[in-house]
Design a protein around this ligand. Structure first.
Ligand code: XIL
Length: 403
């Protein structure tokens, strides 16, 4: 896992703008002030009721009239967090275990030994399962894009591998996985298709390099042929950016016009505690109003919308933090928890408002002791979920339950 983690850091570093230094200074001052304030007064008692976490009302039961509440789990957390999972969620997504590199590490050799027990466990608790993800530029083995001599695979070969992978995987989980993220992240923030020529290596899509945009429609067709009952999603991040929102919309509109079986759009929703103040940073658009426009635009095509990877980082977008500024369990103050809770509340109010078209909301994790946002090799920890490292409900939990 080390490689992808490092790549993620590089990519976000690359996205930082020239205003980052000023924002970093502001954040440093803010963090220092709040850390001092925190140190100066004794810890306040937690606001949550004193009852054991397991006795708080169930999140998924509360939302049952509106939409299922899901969580991404890995083969470890599905056990270590099983109590919370079963009580508060009624859907799962496997965090890495259904990605191309996990299921077909070697050509034609499919390995379901990790994913199958996860699906079985979900089934034993009557939970839904979302499949993530069939076609992506990351976490896909190199052989997929190579010919026998290690050169670039010709289009026919890549297309037959795409079809074979999807056919095998989707048939394997037929009747068990109700929805698939068929294609993940094909469009860039500026609205262009992701190509094989992007400046940063980890941003390049060899799918596009070899097949052009045709891989997208082909993937949906193959998935539909393998399981005509599965709901097929196009999954994307930062859909709140106007140019990206529009480009995704145009692409979906064309796919539908061409008769391609697409049923929904996944909004990843990796959010932050506040939008960026810098109009040139993508985080500037991370607002409820912008996301609402995306939900409205996509659903105007008759598509379902799902929130597929929700978390809410305690860091501000575009700010470069030094290790001394990293938030820790000690500096994740009540004030910061309250701000996180308020922002979660705003977005959940939006999701509830559009419950007619939103057919699921999935968190990318369950509790703060297991989140991809803490996987940075820099050691930076994050606290983006509704339950804390001790698996107790945070202020954010109560804020999304308050309606
Ligand atoms: C992440 C996983 O959470 C990490 O464990 C892994 O190292 C990298 O991938 N968008 C997606 C997910 O669509 O598949 C990513 O998951 C997070 C960003």
């Amino acid at each position: 896992m080390e490689k992808p983690i490092v790549r993620f850091i590089d990519s976000s570093a690359g996205a930082r703008s020239g205003h980052a230094a000023r924002r970093a200074l502001v954040a440093a001052l803010w963090l220092t002030t709040s850390a001092l304030a925190c140190a100066a007064r004794p810890a306040e008692p937690a606001e949550s009721p004193s009852s054991a976490p397991i006795e708080v009302p169930s999140l998924s039961a509360k939302y049952a009239p509106l939409f299922p509440i899901g969580a991404a789990v890995d083969s470890g957390s599905i056990h270590t967090l099983e109590a919370l999972l079963v009580r508060h969620f009624n859907s799962i997504t496997t965090e890495n275990e259904m990605k191309f590199e996990s299921l077909e590490p070697t050509e034609g050799v499919f390995d379901y030994s990790t994913a199958d027990p996860m699906v079985a466990l979900a089934k034993s608790h009557a939970m839904k399962v979302r499949g993530h993800t069939l076609v992506w530029h990351r976490q896909t083995p190199a052989w997929v894009f190579q010919d026998a001599s290690g050169g670039k695979a010709p289009p026919e070969l890549l297309l037959s591998r795409l079809r074979s992978h999807i056919q095998n995987v989707v048939s394997h989980f037929k009747g068990q996985v109700y929805a698939w993220d068929v294609v993940n992240e094909a469009i860039l923030d500026d609205g262009r298709y992701r190509t094989a020529e992007e400046p940063e290596a980890d941003q390049r899509s060899p799918w596009h390099g070899i097949l052009g945009t045709s891989y997208i429609a082909e993937a949906f067709k193959a998935a539909h042929a393998a399981d005509p009952d599965a709901k097929l999603f196009y999954n994307e991040y930062r859909n709140y950016i106007p140019a990206k929102r529009q480009a995704v919309y145009e692409m979906l509109k064309q796919l539908l016009a061409d008769g391609v079986p697409v049923h929904g759009v996944g909004l990843q929703c990796h959010l932050n505690i506040e939008p960026s103040l810098d109009p040139n940073h993508h985080g500037f658009h991370q607002t409820v109003a912008e996301l609402e426009q995306s939900i409205q635009l996509y659903s105007s095509l008759g598509l379902e919308v799902q929130v597929t990877e929700l978390d809410l980082s305690v860091y501000s977008p575009g700010v470069k933090y030094t290790p001394e500024q990293f938030v820790t369990l000690e500096t994740f103050s009540d004030e910061m928890q309250a701000r996180q809770a308020a922002r979660y509340a705003e977005f959940f109010a939006l999701f509830r408002k559009h419950a007619k078209v939103i057919s699921g909301v999935t968190f990318w994790g369950i509790a703060d002791d297991n989140t991809w946002l803490s996987e940075f090799s820099s050691g930076r920890k994050d606290f983006p979920l509704l339950f804390d490292v001790k698996h107790e409900p945070k202020k954010a939990f109560y804020s999304v339950m308050d309606f």
